[in-house]
Design a protein around this ligand. Structure first.
Ligand code: PMP
Length: 440
């Protein structure tokens, strides 16, 4: 097979060789290491595109794993961030803008009766779980297989699909993501497969009285945007109520992206606690833990502890104020979803012309693409599906100037700037056509 002309990654490769001497794997997050000769170093991003240090330009569907909801270096948000810089950063005291932004969040997300700010998705979910434990007096919790909730120890448990027999009815073993997670924590974490109603009921029957919380991403932003049925999330809500368990909807990826009120708004399910991060401030570091007043008031002296030197930093907060204003008051989210629909239609046109069976998961603003008639219903189904075509196609796309996750686990993310620049769509579709033909 003759591939497209390879991108020139000479400078990135040289940078990698220097960086790896100082930074483990040459990067600041392990997921950014794509191999010694494919790890990319970015020069800058603008709108829906990223330029690497070799000058290669990519239409970017990773968007930093979702945060750049409006597009990179958005002039409106950056101007607000500069105003935030003049405020002075952090004071170990509060500012008026915290309430302004919290009011906006409460208006957009009815379940966010009270709001606390954190710095990252990890911190927000960690605070949410602690809050649930403090409020219920219980330690155990329930996770959904294929979900991801950040890098803190309690969230680092997953279903081991490597050793799992796809024909068997046996549950996969629960294992930690990597080493360094204390084994003694394992007994607190229970896992259920998404969209398996019977197993959910059985698990609550068995462990419900010991659970502080159930954590769920109704669109799994780290597992191909596999989506929960609305009825499944409603059942989770009901079982949580029956057993005194708090429902935490993790909207770190879906929040302020799939709709103003997040996936909970679309599904009409009200969590006790919810978390947000990526799209809150168009990439400036800030996250949110929010929820029911009675629960949130557990954040107090003598209750659940929450804080942090950098929480509600003046730059991030000013950026959040402007980003959320745009998402709330302008048609930005419609522009994003419309672009996603047009992109999916264009990709389907190319695949249908070649009689390639495919399907999508998620939402037009963050979708997964599958080469099967129907998309997987949960992580176990995903394990059974063949994703080698996707992986190969993604590999070619990178060389053709379209960047998506190198494996099928991350959805494609859309931003407002994609929708405002018609060349993003035409460049992407041209690249997809070539990448598909090279993969066939
Ligand atoms: N929850 C979800 C659903 C996420 O997708 C992520 C990050 N991908 C996190 C939590 C953790 O967020 P962060 O990387 O900002 O710590």
């Amino acid at each position: 097979m003759t591939g497209p002309k390879k991108r020139d990654l000479t400078k990135s490769n040289a940078q990698f060789r220097k960086a790896v001497k100082r930074l483990p794997l040459g990067v600041s997050s392990t997921f950014r290491y794509w191999g010694d000769d494919r790890t990319i170093y970015v020069d800058h991003g603008k709108g829906g595109r990223t330029w690497d240090i070799d000058g290669n330009c990519y239409v970017d569907y990773r968007l930093g794993y979702g945060p750049a909801i409006l597009g990179y270096a958005d002039d409106r948000v950056d101007a607000a961030a500069r105003r935030g810089m003049e405020v002075g950063g952090v004071f170990a005291l509060s500012t008026e803008r915290e309430l302004t932004v919290a009011d906006r969040i409460a208006k957009m997300v009815p379940a966010a009766e009270l709001v606390r700010f954190s710095n990252s998705g990890t911190e927000a979910v960690m605070a949410a779980l602690r809050l649930a434990r403090a409020h219920t007096g219980r330690d155990s919790y329930l996770l959904v297989e294929g979900g991801y909730h950040g890098l803190f120890d309690a969230a680092m448990w997953m279903a081991n699909m490597e050793d799992w027999d796809t024909q068997s009815d046996r549950d996969p073993e629960v294992v930690s993501y990597g080493k360094g997670i204390p084994r003694t924590l394992k007994e607190l974490a229970h896992l259920v497969p998404m969209n398996d109603y019977q197993r959910l009921e059985d698990t609550f029957r068995k462990y419900g009285n010991t659970l502080a919380a159930m954590l769920i991403e109704p669109i799994q932003g780290n597992c191909c945007a596999i989506s929960a049925d609305v009825e499944y999330v409603r059942l989770a809500r009901k079982l949580c109520d029956d057993y005194g368990v708090l429902l935490i909807i993790d909207e770190v990826k879906t929040g302020f992206r799939v709709g103003k009120g997040g996936i909970q708004g679309i599904m009409g399910v009200r969590p006790d606690i919810c978390t947000f991060a990526k799209a809150v401030a168009n990439g400036y570091p800030i996250a949110v833990v929010a929820g029911r007043e009675e629960v949130m008031r557990t954040f107090r002296y003598g209750g659940a502890s929450h804080g942090g030197t950098y929480t509600a930093h003046s730059v991030s907060l000013a950026a959040a104020e402007e980003c959320l204003r745009i998402l709330d008051e302008t048609p930005a989210l419609e522009t994003i979803a419309d672009y996603g629909e047009r992109l999916k239609a264009g990709i389907s046109g190319i695949l249908n012309a070649r009689k390639i069976v495919h399907s999508y998961t998620g939402h037009p603003s963050m979708f997964g693409l599958f080469f099967a008639e129907s998309p997987p219903n949960n992580y176990r189904d995903w394990k059974k599906s063949d994703y080698s075509f996707y992986d190969q196609m993604a590999y070619h796309l990178h060389d053709l100037g379209v960047i998506c996750e190198p494996d099928s686990r991350e959805p494609w993310f859309m931003c407002e700037a994609h929708g405002r620049d018609e060349t993003c769509l035409s460049d992407t579709l041209k690249a997809v056509e070539t990448a598909v033909d090279l993969t066939l």
